[in-house]
Design a protein around this ligand. Structure first.
Ligand SMILES: Cc1cc2nc3c(=O)[nH]c(=O)nc-3n(C[C@H](O)[C@H](O)[C@H](O)COP(=O)(O)OP(=O)(O)OC[C@H]3O[C@@H](n4cnc5c(N)ncnc54)[C@H](O)[C@@H]3O)c2cc1C
Length: 447
């Protein structure tokens, strides 16, 4: 049956690079072998290479074909589920440091973009967590106060300020995250890939790791070859289960996005959105929206899914598309005649406490990992590169200490599936109630 919705598995941001690198078909050596060519793997490789190491990456598709080439491109200092939860679970001292970590990750990413001269349509206009119902106002005010008291560069914006900034009318109040902005994630990851290749990193594409043999020398094996190295890095985030390592630390969650056709000048004028901030709603499972350099809107999430056994949940799902399109139409009644041109999605990695993990394992303590950014990996996976490189070289990195905590594993199946299902059903029910209340009210501003 022909699909009704225009769908591409790997996003509207990028296509496979013309200089696709040859697959590994022999036995080679390196100082460090990295599994996965997304932001984590490429950033780690770049730092290690700058320090003179011989680095090889194994990538099952092309570098950028994972979440790094498919995400919504919000570069934001967001961390964990939300600030009140961060405070509740970790206390003020740790929450403050975690927020500083998230802020630093945004600055670090801006530096990486500049340093490598990556043209990725970066617009440093900040992001806003927006209220779409009057009941969001109190929570957002409190969250902004809490974040400020913990040193966050954020502030609450009331309805008047939202109107002055000409944000679309459905967004009634919000928390402005001044640091960061929006970028083209496809151009960003392909820019990192190019920088890594120019620096002499060997990237083997179409080279899926089939097993990683543990020893004083690690051997990364694919169907046609192998790489022996002193150290290995698992930069496989949501896909980590496929490596046979860390099966219970990170869970793959499927999120879905769309891109509209370009807006006309008249449509843009009606919409406002003068400062082109990235926007995500204060729902339990956020809706995200942003303009792009080609004046389309990229939006989505709203519904996430988990497949039993950490299999990668199916991407083409018409029910999910309908729900997300419904949300888009509700938030942008000015754009009823704007068509959705494309759907896609990807998998992000979630740890049980919504915070990233960095560590080392293996009998010889030479298999490193960095993952679990809970959908905030544009900055955090980029900075993970410098943290992993430091760890490999035995250099103390202050942010590793900040991420240090008691690690909780996901439960085995079927408990994991039941747990994630219960959580997503609860969040969906809460969001449905909010959306019903919005429809009953019409759009009304915060005070
Ligand atoms: C729909 C969506 C929207 C998102 N929006 C945002 C956003 O707006 N802002 C934000 O900060 N974050 C966002 N994220 C999260 C962000 O994209 C990720 O956190 C980030 O890209 C993680 O980078 P990574 O390099 O660790 O993982 P990935 O980019 O997923 O890279 C892992 C790579 O490993 C490869 N691989 C896996 N297994 C193997 C194997 N066995 N052998 C060889 N290679 C292998 C994969 O092919 C992949 O290329 C979003 C994610 C999704 C899915």
């Amino acid at each position: 049956m022909r699909p009704t919705y225009p769908f591409e598995e790997i996003s509207g941001w990028l296509t496979a690079p013309e200089d696709r690198q040859a697959a590994l078909d022999t036995q080679v050596k390196a100082d460090v072998v990295i599994i996965g060519g997304g932001y984590t793997g490429l950033s780690t490789a770049l730092v290690l290479r700058e320090r003179g190491m011989d680095v090889a990456i194994l990538e099952q598709g092309f570098a950028g074909s994972g979440a790094s080439g498919r995400n919504a491109g919000h570069l934001a200092p967001t961390i964990g589920k939300d600030i009140p939860s961060l405070l509740r679970f970790f206390g003020a001292e740790k929450a403050k440091k975690l927020m500083a970590y998230a802020d630093t990750a945004v600055n670090y990413t801006e530096k990486v973009i500049n340093r490598h001269g990556i043209e990725c349509e970066y617009e440093p206009n900040g992001n806003i967590v927006v209220g779409v119902h009057p009941k969001h106002e109190d929570g957002l005010r409190k969250a902004a106060d809490t974040a400020q008291s913990l040193g966050g560069n954020v502030r609450f914006m009331d309805g008047n300020e939202m109107r002055q900034r000409q944000l679309p009318r459905a967004f009634t109040c919000g928390i402005l995250e001044e640091r960061g902005g929006i970028l083209n994630p496809g151009k960003y990851v392909l820019g990192l890939r190019r920088a890594a290749l120019n620096a002499g990193v060997r990237i083997y594409e179409d080279s899926k790791l089939t097993s990683l043999e543990n020893g004083s020398t690690v051997t990364a094996i694919t169907s046609k070859g192998s790489i022996s190295a002193g150290k290995a890095v698992l930069a496989t985030n949501a896909y980590t289960k496929s490596t046979g390592w860390h099966k219970r630390t990170v869970t793959p969650i499927r999120a879905t996005l769309f891109e509209t056709k370009p807006l006309s000048d008249a449509q843009l004028a009606t919409l406002g959105w003068k400062f082109r901030e990235g926007v995500y709603t204060a729902h339990q499972t956020l809706e995200s929206f942003r303009l792009t350099a080609r004046n389309t809107i990229v939006g989505g999430t709203k519904k996430v899914s988990y497949a039993y056994g950490s299999a990668l949940a199916n991407g083409y799902n018409e029910q999910v598309f309908q729900t997300i399109e419904g949300a888009f139409r509700a938030r942008f009644p000015e754009l009823t005649d704007v068509e959705i041109a494309q759907w896609w999605g990807g998998w992000f990695g979630l740890t049980l406490d919504f915070l990233p993990m960095i560590g080392v394992s293996g009998d010889h303590h030479n298999v490193y990992h960095g993952f679990g950014y809970a959908g905030h990996g544009v900055p955090q996976a980029t900075m993970m590169g410098s943290m992993l490189a430091d760890k490999i070289e035995g250099i103390e990195n202050p942010w590793e200490q900040v991420l240090d905590r008691r690690h909780l594993n996901w439960p085995p199946e079927p408990l994991r599936w039941l747990g994630v299902k219960a959580l997503t059903l609860t969040f969906n029910a809460m969001d449905k109630r909010t959306d019903r209340q919005i429809r009953e009210l019409g759009v009304r501003g915060c005070h």
